[in-house]
Design a protein around this ligand. Structure first.
Ligand code: WT7
Length: 652
């Protein structure tokens, strides 16, 4: 065993074995881990989806490119809609759609969703869209968004969804990179009671997108937006007179490896990467993981993934996985705090949600607001909770279980990435003993490891780099148009292995603890300390809701730790609290990790998907001008933090 590349300090000893009643009814049983990898994916591929023509070869692997279910013909929209309706499930609710304005809601059945998709697909065909025509989608979180994605999938048009919170410039970059011919957008969207001018942004973007020839505008707010008579038409005009009968628009038989979509991940400085996902492996991967990890019982569960469809979480676990499995989901348009901070719990109570999947950033926001909002509602329908997007601080995990899960529900902490397409490291509810802060084990058929700088596996307890050692069906098929960057980013650092860019450690039981992005690791007096452990020690203090730490250059120790802390219930910091928290960290994980300074702040800088942006905190801590702030959700937050940092009394 090689030496460790990251030191680990935090010890979490709470354990939550699976409740017997959950285990008895669980989709996943412990013997799933014993099935050989080829057999597992062969079996899932044959049984979980419906083929037009079966595949002849499970996997062709020429690093770094995999081909899965080779020779098969299949259609994603057929699997998500037609086959359920053909099986007599047309009246099952696919989405309980809850708009942001209170009281505006609709139940959309599989039958209705299919009709809408067929009309849109016929409308797109009339605009000259066919197999291989690239389509851009820039819409809000309404039913029109899955309809748009599935209509493209039905006719074989690869698409890219651009998150509705992105600017005109970000939209233009993506449309140009994919050379989109069509853009599906909408007049405006609602967000926290405000209007997001999607069509206006789109017009601004399109001034520099020569490949886009038609723009279809959904009418959400019915605002009077400018329309170019040559180029633009409304969604209503696109589908006017189009038949809704599935036979009028048969599903295109796609090759297993045909492109389904690109999803751009914003590198912080470089050009965004168009992460490619293809058809069959992706569909089998997301449907299989959704079935076992969320323990879905399609007849009785009400499943809610509270992410935005504009991120991969929404693609895989709001649209394709759940629909392929015939799930009934909640689709919520708005923010958790509109009109008040109990909006989510109102939704859980009304639809009797049984499975809730969200991100640590949202859980920490609820912690900051206080448990009284959840207490106003009956959350007893919940039987399983999930988390994704960042390492979850153990205290946030326990808060989530106690206040949302009635101290009873298992929590699945699921590690994955846009590039992986599907969840790769996760508990199986009913099987796995849970540890707050650990994503536990690689999913059956997945092989993960933690290695040091030389690519040698690090022994139990030691920190290092997370790698994946063999292919999985939903893995990306590359960065669109940039083979060299694909190889350099993921495959060259450790030959033969996929490097995820995250730090991790594996404990004595073989459980994985994610340590955050390796670029964020701090070096204090030669100790390589991960941000998450210091942050979790801070969040462990009952007064703290959220914390971010980073390293600042220090002449003596190399780097010194600076912490940015948000207190619960909107409390302001004080000199006493500062000392208390420094001591708390020293007690929890050791004096080496004691922050040299703490800045109290009501908000932390986050990306639009809710991840803490430590790069900007480093700029603040080192009193440098701020780097690129275009990916921030709210640029005003860093300015405020910089002001507070400058106003701090000089440290010891
Ligand atoms: C990065 C991928 C995949 C869905 C949303 C994010 C971090 C994600 C976890 C987790 C610790 C996590 C990693 C990863 N991450 N889930 N359960 N525990 N870290 O997709 O934007 O592509 O981000 O999110 O750092 O590399 P993404």
């Amino acid at each position: 065993m090689g030496d460790r590349a990251i030191d680990t300090l935090l010890l979490e000893e709470r354990r939550y074995p699976p409740p017997a009643d959950f285990a008895a009814q669980a989709n996943a049983k412990a013997d799933l881990y014993d099935v050989p990898f080829e057999e597992f994916w062969e079996r899932e591929g044959r049984s979980r989806v419906t083929w037009f023509e079966p595949f002849h070869t499970l996997l062709e692997w020429e690093l770094p490119y995999a081909r899965w279910y080779v020779g098969g013909k299949i259609n994603v929209a057929y699997n998500c809609l037609d086959r359920h309706v053909e099986a007599g499930l047309g009246d099952r609710v696919a989405y309980h759609y809850e708009a942001e304005p209170v009281g505006e809601r609709a139940d959309i059945t599989y039958g209705q969703l299919l009709s809408e998709v067929v009309k849109a697909a016929n409308g797109l065909k009339a605009l000259g869209v066919g197999k291989g025509t690239p389509v851009g989608i820039y819409m809000g979180m309404g039913p029109g968004l899955p309809v748009a994605m599935l209509a493209c999938a039905r006719i074989g048009a690869p698409f890219t969804v651009v998150f509705g919170g992105f600017s005109a410039e970000a939209l233009a970059d993506r449309l140009n990179d994919m050379r989109c011919e069509i853009l599906l957008t909408q007049d405006e969207a609602y967000r926290r009671g405000q209007i997001v001018p999607l069509k206006r942004n789109a017009d601004e973007a399109l001034a520099s997108c020569p490949t886009v020839r038609k723009v279809v505008v959904g009418q959400r707010t019915r605002a009077d937006v400018p329309m170019d008579p040559e180029r633009d038409l409304t969604w209503g005009q696109m589908i006017a007179g189009q038949p809704s009968d599935p036979a009028s628009c048969p599903c295109e038989p796609m090759d297993s490896e045909d492109l389904l979509y690109l999803l751009y991940t914003s590198g912080t400085t470089a050009k965004p990467k168009g992460i490619a996902h293809t058809t069959a492996g992706y569909l089998v991967g997301v449907a299989t993981t959704h079935h076992y990890i969320f323990d879905l019982k399609p007849e009785t569960d009400v499943y809610w993934c509270a992410a935005d469809i504009g991120w991969v979480t929404g693609h895989s676990y709001i649209v394709f996985g759940p629909l392929c499995n015939g799930a009934t989901s909640v689709l919520y348009e708005g923010t958790p705090d509109f009109p008040d901070k109990d909006r989510w719990w109102d939704i859980v109570e009304r639809y009797k949600v049984t499975i809730l999947y969200t991100a640590p950033t949202a859980i920490r926001a609820h912690m900051k607001w206080g448990p009284e909002y959840a207490q106003r509602h009956d959350l007893s329908s919940l039987r399983l909770l999930g988390s994704v997007g960042e390492p979850i601080n153990p205290e946030a995990w326990v808060w989530y279980r106690e206040h949302i899960g009635s101290d009873r529900t298992p929590i699945v902490d699921t590690w994955w990435q846009t590039e992986t397409g599907m969840i790769l490291i996760t508990p199986l509810p009913g099987v796995t003993t849970l540890k707050p802060g650990s994503a536990t084990k690689p999913f059956p058929g997945v092989e993960a490891a933690v290695v040091n700088d030389r690519g040698e596996e690090v022994g139990p307890g030691g920190g290092g780099y997370l790698v994946l050692k063999r292919p999985w069906p939903a893995m990306t098929r590359g960065i669109f148009g940039d083979d060299a960057r694909f190889r350099a980013t993921y495959w060259e650092r450790f030959p033969g292995m996929y490097f995820a860019g995250d730090g991790a450690r594996i404990d004595e039981d073989g459980d994985f603890w994610l340590l955050g992005r390796v670029d964020d690791v701090m070096n204090v007096s030669g100790h390589r300390i991960s941000t998450i452990e210091v942050e979790s020690a801070l969040v462990d203090h009952p007064a703290v809701a959220e914390a971010a730490v980073c390293g600042r250059a220090d002449p003596v120790t190399g780097q010194a730790i600076v912490a940015f802390v948000t207190l619960k219930g909107g409390e302001e910091g004080s000199v006493e609290m500062l000392e208390t928290l420094r001591e708390h960290v020293a007690r929890k994980i050791g004096p080496i990790a004691k922050p040299a300074n703490i800045v109290f702040t009501p908000e932390l800088p986050k990306t639009r998907s809710g991840k803490i942006m430590r790069r900007l905190l480093r700029d603040v801590a080192e009193e440098r001008p701020l780097g690129d702030t275009t990916t921030l959700a709210d640029p005003a937050v860093v300015a405020e933090i910089a002001e507070r940092a400058a106003a701090q009394p000089a440290e010891e």
